[in-house]
Design a protein around this ligand. Structure first.
Ligand code: F6P
Length: 548
């Protein structure tokens, strides 16, 4: 593992600390007043997006210093390592090659001396075959009826991406198909998903990289029982189940014919797997051509990220601004606020993407960090959020940087709604930045006592990201931009962004406690007194135990 100077000890970091002291109390009102060109200067137009970062608490010097920090962290070299298939996921000794999944250049991508592209293209062709058959009503269930209900069973990266993309691209979807998602181990999720369905017309996609995840396997077994009980035959599994996994053995053991299995590879991280076979439900929903447009968007942003100088590079700038607020202003959270109802799961998707990637505290050479790493990511679509949590964003004591994402043209052509929607988005960014001074409030004739309440400090940073229309390409562009932002921040914070050891402990303890919940009421447990009492309470009130 590489040895690197502690981030906070670098000269570049110290210069940023000095600079922060100078700029901390500067107001964006002054920054805009002093530079009438600011709105154009601090903006990048690329990949079908405009990325306006002028409403941030930065000046040119800030950006220069942040860019120097990126250089100091060898960002360029680290990007190349990822694209070249080096094993940058150090604790799992794996390459990180989600960029190959959407490589539309026709050029090879090498990993361990072999080109991974033929395998990827083969899987895409198989996905097309399955998707086309379903969309043309040619995929028949065990009794010969065409399937029209598709239920993706998966969790985390095997669920959030497909859910988010199916929702975001619903406008482009085939409305004759009913695509649903089951993730939670709470049986309510699967029961509600199948309650009104006919097993004869239902196809389950079991999506799991490992094919061992407790939630997914439990739900998949319930689905299998539902199907086989209905037909009275195990053979029905062949018509009603598809597996998406890296684990062929366990797929076979489950009873799914490997003919109906689409593979992916250990160099695809779960939360970066949307453009692998894990995206099958998305392809079924929007069709092959739209799915390829989606991949094209990712690829365009991948190229932009790899090839564009950092001072014009959207993911790099997003990342550096995030570091600026996280590490210098001490901001703990970051909001993603799409002004587009179809993108209502976008923030939830990047909650996993970002927090599972950069919620780490050990450097790549094994030391504990002495600085803050990944922020809490959250968000809801506008304008709903405005009537829920924006009060705190405007007048609370915390500074919460945010991305506001919006489109010029509405998909349903409702211009009146849309003008109001986007007017709100642009207005919010303006209000966050400039606020309203007490002098302005007084001028409005407000009662003196109310002036402090009606004053808005402003100086709250936002990025505004806009595009002409929400298309499959643009969604791909946006997702890839956020993925690469996360990568850049991981490099700066010197952490491994592609493992997730933090989810393991809970899984192991749940396995132990499960056995204890199912043991006899008087069976001993060896936990702390709180845990033991909770287990005892559950056992004593559990109806099945009582009837034992
Ligand atoms: O919760 C941890 C995790 O491993 C995620 O990283 C992953 O996306 C999810 O579980 C699902 O894993 P799998 O696809 O192997 O079922």
């Amino acid at each position: 593992m590489t040895k690197r100077e502690y981030l906070t000890e670098t000269a570049e970091w110290k210069l940023l600390e000095e600079h922060f002291k100078k700029i901390e109390s500067t107001h964006m009102r002054d920054l805009f007043r002093n530079d009438p060109e600011r709105g154009r200067k601090f903006r990048v137009d690329n990949c079908g997006l405009i990325f306006d970062y002028s409403k941030n608490r930065v000046i040119e010097e800030t950006m220069d210093l942040l860019l120097k920090l990126a250089e100091k962290c060898s960002l360029k070299e680290e990007i190349e390592k990822m694209f070249n298939g080096e094993r940058i996921n150090g604790t799992e000794n794996r390459a990180v090659l989600h960029v190959a999944l959407r490589n539309r250049s026709g050029k090879p991508v090498m990993c361990d001396g072999a080109d991974v592209m033929p395998g990827i293209l083969n899987v895409i062709a198989r996905m097309k075959n399955i998707s086309d058959r379903i969309r043309k009503s040619e995929w028949k269930g065990f009794s010969g009826k065409s399937v029209k209900n598709i239920i993706n069973i998966g969790i985390g990266g095997s669920d959030l991406g497909p859910v988010m993309a199916c929702e975001a691209l619903k406008y482009y979807s085939n409305r004759d198909l009913n695509v649903r998602f089951v993730s939670n181990i709470d049986s309510t999720h699967i029961r509600e998903a199948i309650i009104d369905l006919n097993p004869e017309e239902t196809l389950f996609i079991v999506a799991s990289k490992t094919f061992t995840t407790m939630e997914t396997m439990t739900n998949a077994l319930t689905a299998k029982k539902w199907v086989t009980d209905f037909f009275g035959s195990e053979k029905a599994v062949a018509n009603h189940f598809i597996a998406l996994s890296t684990n062929k053995n366990d797929v076979e053991k489950f009873g799914i014919d490997t003919e109906n299995m689409l593979e992916f590879w250990d160099w695809v991280g779960g939360r970066y797997s949307l453009t692998s076979a894990i995206g099958l439900s998305v392809m079924i929903s929007i069709g092959y051509d739209n799915f390829i447009r989606f991949l094209d968007g990712f690829h365009e942003m991948d190229n932009h990220f790899r090839d564009t100088p950092f001072d014009k590079n959207i993911p790099v700038i997003m990342a550096l601004l995030g570091v600026w607020y996280n590490n210098f202003f001490g901001c703990e959270t970051y909001a993603i606020l799409p002004y587009e109802q179809y993108m209502h799961r976008f923030a939830a998707y990047f909650q996993q993407g970002d927090m599972e990637s950069n919620g780490k505290s050990i450097t790549r050479d094994g030391r504990r960090v002495n600085y803050s790493t990944g922020p809490v990511i959250w968000g809801e679509p506008g304008t709903n959020g405005q009537h829920a949590f924006y009060q705190l964003l405007h007048q609370g004591t915390k500074i919460i940087p945010a991305d506001l994402i919006g489109f010029v043209n509405p998909l349903h052509g409702d211009r009146d709604h849309h003008n109001k929607l986007i007017a709100n988005m642009i207005a919010q960014a303006e209000a966050f930045a400039f606020g309203k001074t007490s002098e302005e409030v007084v001028k409005e004739g407000v009662d003196e006592k109310l002036v402090p309440y009606k004053t808005f400090e402003g100086n709250r940073p936002t990025n505004v990201i806009m595009s002409e229309r929400l298309t499959p390409e643009i969604l791909g562009n946006l997702i890839a931009a956020y993925e690469h932002k996360i990568f850049v921040q991981g490099i700066i914070w010197d952490i491994f962004s592609f493992d997730q050891w933090g989810v393991e402990l809970g899984k192991v303890l749940a396995g132990k406690i499960l056995k204890e919940l199912e043991a006899g009421e008087n069976e001993e447990t060896d936990h702390d007194s709180s845990t033991s009492e909770l287990i005892k309470y559950y056992r004593s009130r559990c109806v099945e135990q009582k009837n034992k």
